[in-house]
Ligand binder design. Structure first.
Ligand SMILES: [Zn+2]
Length: 424
């Protein structure tokens, strides 16, 4: 046990020591959506007590267990965490072991000549459709006749996947110049995280994947039969969307990044079905949290909940996201979203203490096991933004882009550097 504690004192901000009080604060600041977890998570001075959805005591975590548990949760696989949870629930006196793989990643030198030397950074460029056919399945595009002097005789045509991938390429170049090692969750702007298009995935992989999921007992034969027959649109919404997100999280977790940047571009929700422009333009970012009582009945969610409760990842993600949102605001010159600016902010999210940073229980926000920012830099359906985003008139280090995307990439880059250079 002794080496664990020595280890923790030596390892700077990524592993500063945590108390039950820290966990309690995290619970109320980020995790306990509208108080709905009050019956299931209880705190006293030196322990956290977890209850099952049926109201039975599951197990307790004591303050002296925290250092080893934090190390374990940040550096173990889903299967290892599940085995731990089950043993704890059976009342076994289990002591999680520190993983040797922890030695890599966050603790490397970081003292090189370049600002980001030794950092491993994962980037997930959101979505995959860059043509009208696949975009009709995924629904992450804008296409309409523009009745606006900025678009004479022209249409608005924007694919979020193309914008997010381009931003990721620009950001990767910037980070690598500063010495960071960078991993992208997909390799082309029209690829899913399986490194092929959705159409190719359906042709080449669908049958095999659904077969093996059924054999593994993860898919009923009725559901499988329905998915085999489903049209591409329904297959996407009933299965592939989450399957791809899950795969993104798994790839990123295997990479064991210090920091993960998830890149998205927003639209004004009140402007649906997006056949005209919105006057509005806001910037914001998401981090994990915002769990409801129903979430804790699901194994995957309760394991991620435990990690987010015990480790300081959410505090660090709030800091990184806040610095990123401040950079978006500064570089793009658009306002930071307040809770009342969008329904999903006041209905489905928890406002963190930092302006524009919201806890939301999105799959990637809970499953990615690292400090993260899920950025929504701007609204694509704002006329000024759309006009700028449709220009592909700038060559930046061999990447064809535009001023607006370059500014977004710069904002992520500066935000990350502000975060890495912070004093704590
Ligand atoms: Zn998106």
């Amino acid at each position: 046990m002794k080496y664990l504690f020595i280890f923790f004192f030596l390892t700077s901000h990524f592993f500063f020591s945590q108390s039950i009080e820290d966990c309690k604060q995290r619970f109320h600041t980020y995790l306990n959506f509208k108080g709905s977890l009050n019956p299931y998570v209880k705190f006293d001075k030196k322990a956290i007590h977890l209850y099952t959805p049926a109201g039975k005591k599951d197990f307790s975590i004591y303050e002296n267990e925290l250092p080893a548990l934090i190390s374990f949760l940040q550096n173990s696989t889903y299967q290892e965490q599940l085995a731990f949870w089950n043993a704890k629930s059976r009342g076994e006196a289990i002591q999680p072991e520190r993983k040797t793989k922890l030695e890599q990643g966050p603790l490397k030198s970081k003292t090189g000549a370049k600002a980001l030397e030794g950092y491993r950074i994962a980037i997930d460029p959101g979505h995959f459709a860059t043509g009208l056919k696949e975009a009709a399945y995924e629904q992450k595009y804008l296409y309409f006749k523009a009745n606006n002097e900025k678009f004479p005789n022209d249409s608005v045509k924007l694919f979020e996947s193309a914008l997010s991938f381009n931003t990721a390429q620009l950001l990767k170049t910037m980070l690598e110049k500063e010495g960071a090692e960078v991993f992208l969750s997909r390799e082309q702007n029209n690829f899913t995280s399986f490194n092929c298009t959705y159409s190719d995935w359906m042709k080449t992989h669908k049958t095999r994947v659904l077969d093996s999921l059924q054999k593994a007992g993860k898919l009923s034969s009725t559901k499988k039969a329905a998915l085999m027959k489903a049209r591409p649109y329904d297959l996407f919404w009933d299965f592939f969307r989450d399957f791809d997100l899950q795969n993104r999280a798994e790839k990123i977790n295997r990479y064991q990044p210090d920091i993960c940047i998830i890149i998205h571009y927003n639209v004004d929700e009140k402007n649906a079905p997006w056949k005209d422009f919105s006057e509005k333009d806001f910037t914001m970012a998401f981090i994990g949290g915002g769990f409801t009582a129903g979430n804790l009945g699901k194994t995957e969610m309760k394991l991620n909940f435990l990690r987010l409760l015990l480790t300081p990842q959410l505090n660090h993600s709030e800091e990184l996201s806040s610095k990123t949102v401040q950079q978006f605001h500064k570089q793009l010159g658009i306002p930071i979203a307040k809770p009342q600016d969008a329904k999903y902010l006041w209905e489905n999210s928890m406002a963190s203490p930092s302006a524009g940073v919201y806890s939301r229980n999105l799959l990637l926000c809970r499953q990615i096991n690292s400090v993260l920012v899920y950025g929504e830099a701007l609204y694509q359906d704002n006329a000024d933004e759309a006009a700028e985003l449709m220009k592909w008139n700038l060559n930046q280090d061999g990447i064809i882009t535009n001023q607006r995307l370059l500014k977004v990439a710069q904002a992520y880059f500066e935000g990350l550097k502000d975060y890495v250079n912070r004093k704590d």
